[in-house]
Design a protein around this ligand. Structure first.
Ligand code: ADP
Ligand code: G6P
Length: 478
């Protein structure tokens, strides 16, 4: 693709597909993990734009290509950069720091240098691919320097940034040796979007304190006369698309089959996550184990299905988590399971969309217990899949989704006894109560789907930077 072509450009660390090289040398593309891809993909399909990102490998083949009707523009990342920029600064420094320090962040100067270099490469590529006065939408914590680097080269662009994970309070953020550079990087955008209002407030306060710019409510005034807005836009899913899938005969059939394969227990509990220490998987399974131990729940009539996508497996904290979960599941099943009746079915891989929908349909209780989470789309996916207005959602107060899904069975995942009580309450709730709660939550998620999210964000972006810039169509409109 030659330079200056796309009017709408998404820049994200990951492309929506991962390049997988098979044993025989052939190449396949597999859907990338995580909520960012789930949300941005439908937005991208509605626009004839370009998606700039990393293919997940260390290949240097950088020609743009079309996959699944999307124009994808790969950015090469070397093996050393995967270690330093991706596993290091992005996922062992920023990820734990931004998630309430639930694991200890590591600070290394070489990682920072690599972060700067890779961010520059993404910005350079975006500068080549974006048409005159295009809208460029930069995504997430891996690319916080891109907005300023891009603006420097292309002041004609309308630049948005959206952070998919929480933005920490000043008390934590200021641990970062490179705090000022990150804030200045983000200020290259016209609109900095966050999941929750307190994230936006944290950002504005930090900009005032650390960079010294004038601020008023959600606006930052830069010395050159430019204005940056910081506001919350809670992200969502393609609700209609998922519900349509969940309603198909094939999914319904598969859901029945899953329950049969599990031995038709009275209660099927389900956890679906990337295997990440922020998700509270350990606490959740321990709570379930204790409920069995104490006789509140029996393996004859309840089973927990935990599906966990492998994630960031070379980062130490993730390896530790994986071993911890392996041991815990082994111990609970060894101590409490019976022949043909394990307490926990643990599946450590990624499942196709149809299988996920069938799992949601099969689950009486979906248990979502992150210690910190920007949004958590799994909670929304469960609700949308339950078009029968049945099923119970157990949800951590620390998931961004708890701001909208007030009718969930809410809990504090650090409080083991409280968590056990709430899980039991969800299992024992009457049908009428389940329906009342589910109906209200479904209304929320169906009205506030990912199209609405993108529309609101892109509208706000065009208000901060009006002028003669071209309009971008939100997801859904063609
Ligand atoms: P995060 O972005 O931190 O991974 P989210 O809950 O926001 O968390 O998004 C996770 C996305 O990944 C959801 O769309 C979910 O359905 C999907 N997902 C999670 N685990 C699996 C799995 N084992 N197989 C397939 N998809 C998964
Ligand atoms: C979360 C992050 C995304 C990330 C995804 C998967 O959703 O917000 O930016 O892409 O997790 O993580 P990975 O490290 O595999 O890209």
């Amino acid at each position: 693709m030659s330079a200056h072509q796309a009017d709408f450009v998404v820049v994200a660390n990951r492309l929506p597909v991962d390049r997988v090289v098979n044993d025989d040398g052939s190449v396949d593309w597999r859907r990338s993990p995580g909520g960012l891809v789930t949300a941005i993909e439908p937005v991208m399909r509605a626009n004839d734009g370009a998606w700039i990102g990393w293919s997940g490998g260390t290949d240097t083949d950088v020609e743009p290509f079309v996959e699944d009707e999307m124009t994808l523009v790969p950015v090469p990342v070397s093996a050393q950069e995967v270690e330093e920029f991706y596993e290091g600064f992005s996922n062992a420094t920023l990820w734990p720091l931004y998630h309430d320090v639930v694991a200890k962040p590591a600070f290394h100067r070489e990682w920072w240098e690599s972060y700067v270099a890779v961010n520059r490469r993404f910005a350079d590529r975006a500068a080549e691919v974006a048409a005159e006065e295009a809208t460029v939408w930069v995504q997430d914590y891996q690319l916080q320097l891109v907005p300023a680097m891009l603006r420097e080269q292309r002041p004609d662009l309308r630049i948005g940034f959206f952070l998919h994970i929480p933005f920490p309070p000043a008390e934590l953020f200021q641990q970062l040796p490179w705090r000022r550079q990150l804030l200045e990087g983000l200020l290259g955008a016209d609109l900095v979007g966050f999941q929750r209002p307190n994230n936006a407030q944290n950002f504005v306060r930090l900009v005032r304190q650390r960079v010294g710019h004038k601020t008023h409510r959600d606006l930052v005034y830069l010395p050159d006369g430019r204005m940056v807005q910081a506001a919350a836009f809670p992200i969502s899913i393609d609700s209609a698309g998922l519900e349509e899938l969940a309603r198909t005969d094939a999914v319904e059939q598969r859901a029945k089959e899953i329950r049969e394969q599990l031995g038709n227990p009275r209660h099927v509990l389900l956890g679906v996550d990337r295997l990440d220490y922020t998700k509270g998987i350990y606490n959740r399974l321990r709570a379930f184990g204790e409920l069995i131990e104490e006789g509140e729940v029996s393996v004859e009539d309840a089973v927990f299905v935990q599906v966990a996508t492998p994630s960031r497996e070379r980062v130490e904290q993730y390896r530790i988590l994986r071993d911890d979960i392996d041991r815990l599941v082994g111990r609970i099943n060894g101590d409490l399971g019976r022949i043909g009746r394990p307490a926990i079915h643990y599946i450590h891989n990624s499942q196709p969309r149809e299988e996920m929908a069938a799992l949601f349909r099969a689950a009486d209780v979906c248990v979502v217990t992150p210690l910190a989470d920007g949004m958590n789309l799994v909670a929304k996916e469960y609700v949308v899949s339950r078009y029968d207005n049945d099923g119970a959602l157990v949800l951590s107060e620390f998931a961004g989704a708890a701001g909208e899904l007030r009718q969930a069975f809410l809990l504090n995942p650090y409080d083991m006894n409280g968590m056990k009580e709430v899980i039991l309450a969800a299992m024992r709730a009457e049908r009428s109560e389940r329906t009342k709660r589910m109906r209200a939550m479904r209304k929320t998620v169906k009205e506030n789907d990912v199209t609405r999210w993108a529309t609101k964000y892109l509208d706000a972006l065009s208000h901060v930077r009006p002028s003669h810039h071209k309009q971008v169509r939100p997801a859904g409109e063609r």
